[in-house]
Design a protein around this ligand. Sequence first.
Ligand code: KG4
Ligand code: ZN
Length: 335
Amino acid sequence: MEYLEGSVLGIETSCDETSVAIIDGRKILSNIVCSQADLHQKWGGIVPESASRKHVENFLPTLEEALTVSGVRLDELSGIGVTNRPGLIGALSVGVSAARSLALCLDCPLLGVDHLEGHLLSPFLVEDVRFPHVCLLVSGGHTALYIVEGVGEYRKIGGTLDDAAGEAFDKTARVLGLGYPGGPAIERAGMEGDSRRYVLSGGLVGDTYDFSFSGLKTAMLYLARDEGERLDVASAAASFEETITSVLARRSLRALEAFDCELLTVVGGVAANRRLRHKLEEGLEHLGRKLVAVPQVLCTDNAAMIAHVASIRLARGERSGIEMDTFATSELSGG
Ligand code: KG4
Ligand code: ZN
């Protein structure tokens, strides 16, 4: 992979993490993530207006920390990358306005980055991954399978018809009274439970690369309502986690075989889930193929993956104008 020479600043504010990173090639010099999870905890989800305000409040301290940790000065930057799609428009606008101002003042090349491409190429931050490969992208906003044939060459072969996997984790955690974000809360609670205690349906069956999690979410709602006080929360969490990770793993492994790829990458917030990683590793070992999963801090939203895409694309001569806009959807999300 070819990178822009020198340090590249990345900015990520598409959802509920304010993040600023500085990388040089694929070396991460700093990657500061300031989470708003506490703020959104009481609502069990993200309140867009509050998220935007919080980004405004957190941006400068996060930038300062990223500069201090990296030891890089603003006037030493070779490029700036910022998430400008897909995401909450108000939240994206905070990062994009900051990036535009910095690029203008520093006379520095600027690039708008697709958040999903940030996730898709994140495995390259840890390893020289070969093309083509299959990528399972599982986050709070998106769930899809792609054949990754090169930079910018992403063929979506399946995706969720309703909720994203992370969204299903978050909503189920709310039903079980486990807090936000739901993924880590369910994983923690499930450790004490019996994953076979409740039998749940994983949605679509048959030869498909698509997913549907709304039925599972509703089943959890009914289970909690019907069982009431009797509900074994730990086992309900474990059963939910077992069901959803089994579906994700099964479809990914089938895609790998059908498209004859040697390697699977798993990216996005839900890729931090240990049960999912274990299932994928087990299945791949059986097939004699390989998994590349990034460390947890690179699974959930972070600016290093944005700086990384910017560095690759700026090196190819791509630039965004200072009037760069924000978009709620992107080509990669199918919107
Ligand atoms: O990629 P990400 O940080 O943000 C989006 O782009 O959406 O993903 C956030 C999602 C949340 O829904 C969160 O519950 C989920 O990732 N998540 C997990 C785990 N850690 C985060 N899901 C399952 N297990 C985890 N350990
Ligand atoms: Zn994300």
